[in-house]
Ligand binder design. Structure first.
Ligand code: SF4
Ligand code: SF4
Length: 380
């Protein structure tokens, strides 16, 4: 019978369970070649909560160490690194959230995502209905500046500029606390060699390969499918960001307002990114729902699904605008798209996207540690 229930020692917090498991792994060390977690673990003999948070954020939840482990359930040691670290990561996102009170959003993230998105959509719809003539909302607008006949460009810039600043501030505050708790100096974060190594590891998803054969996710069979879908999502997001940035340059420096045709840089970047954001999140959702429930924190499903769903919807509504932009449906489609994007923005610091910040910080620290003498070398 397959094992589906993850049991921790009664009453243990995720960090305490992480500590217990790391003590066992540190004596075993069979998984040292799988990822960055085990070499980082081997530099320590004891584990503070900050150490466990650090190790958990190095883990990519590939599953390799769970399937390789002779002490995994039903063994009485009940070693389950990916599941325990998934629970610790959720605690990290909650504990380092800014403002702190908003950390509770992680606990009921699926619901929060839906509520925030709906509120954002509603605010946009109400704002549009109140500020423009309904005939404008449902009218047909074509040519440069067509979008801004529905919602003024300055209004869009003000709303999304404020949201972007808020998101950046929330992440900076969370990162600062995380970094300080690991007893690292802020200046070391930008140490060129370590920073470069961490960027490379993020861009290539170096540690989502189960030690080389591929990720044992969604099941025991190694595969690079998850890495491929993650790449499509990540690069799709970055291309869409580049499309928005190039659109801003077109608007302000070339006096060329949206919408753009298919031969322009913003449209090419946006189309490629949009395709990535359709396939990547859909693929990750598909894998997630097929995955062995022992690998992940089932209580985080809402958080994971919320981000992937919003990314997918952002792209889908973006493409709908492209197809409907010469019709009377463009206004309402644009309004919904902007509402979804605003919902996505506002949820970034309080959902799964937070892993991008803390995992990157953990990878920088790992690169820093690799350049320092190992005081536990005698135990290796
Ligand atoms: S996960 Fe299991 S096999 Fe791997 S190091 Fe830990 S105890 Fe050993
Ligand atoms: S699940 Fe994968 S990434 Fe996480 S600790 Fe195990 S081997 Fe490393």
């Amino acid at each position: 019978m397959p094992i589906t229930e993850h049991k921790m020692v009664a009453g243990a917090t995720p960090h305490a369970e992480g500590d217990r498991i790391m003590q066992i792994c540190n004596a075993c060390r069979y998984c040292e070649g799988f990822c960055a977690v085990f070499p980082a673990m081997a530099r320590r003999l004891t584990f503070t909560d900050a150490d466990i948070s650090y190790l958990a954020n190095l883990c990519h939840n590939c599953g390799a160490c769970y399937y390789a482990c002779q002490y995994a359930p039903p063994h009485e040691f009940m070693v389950n690194v990916p599941r325990t670290f998934a629970e610790v990561r959720k605690e990290t996102y909650k504990n380092y959230a800014w403002p702190r009170a908003f950390g509770a959003a992680y606990q009921r993230n699926g619901l929060t995502t839906a509520v925030v998105t709906t509120l954002a959509l509603s605010a946009f719809l109400v704002g549009v209905v109140q500020s423009v003539n309904p005939a404008v909302l449902w009218g047909t607008h074509t040519g440069p500046g067509a979008f801004y006949q529905v919602i003024a460009h300055n209004t869009m810039v003000a709303i999304f500029g404020a949201a972007a600043l808020y998101v950046i501030l929330a992440f900076v505050m969370g990162f600062r606390q995380f970094w300080a708790d690991m007893n690292e100096k802020m200046g070391d974060f930008v140490s060129p060699a370590s920073f470069r190594e961490a960027v490379w590891n993020v861009l290539t998803l170096k540690y989502l390969d189960g030690g080389g054969e591929g990720c044992t996710y969604p099941d025991e069979k190694p595969s690079f499918t998850r890495r491929t879908f993650h790449h499509l999502t990540f690069y799709g997001f970055m291309l869409c960001f580049a499309a928005t940035s190039s659109g801003t340059v077109y608007h302000y420096l070339r006096d060329f307002p949206a919408p753009y045709d298919f031969t322009t840089l913003p449209k090419i970047l946006g189309s490629l990114g949009g395709i990535g954001l359709l396939i990547g999140p859909a693929g990750l959702l598909w894998l997630k729902h097929r995955a062995d429930p022992m690998l992940s924190d089932q209580k985080s499903r809402g958080m994971d699904d919320g981000l992937l769903g919003l990314l997918f919807l952002t792209s889908l509504t973006g493409f709908l605008i492209v197809f409907l932009r010469e019709t009377s449906w463009m206004g309402i489609t644009l309004t919904i798209h902007l509402g979804v994007v605003l919902g996505l923005f506002l949820m970034l610091p309080y959902g799964k996207f937070a892993h991008a910040v803390y995992r990157f910080a953990a990878l920088v620290r790992y690169a820093l540690e690799r350049r320092r003498p190992n005081t536990n070398a005698s135990f290796e």
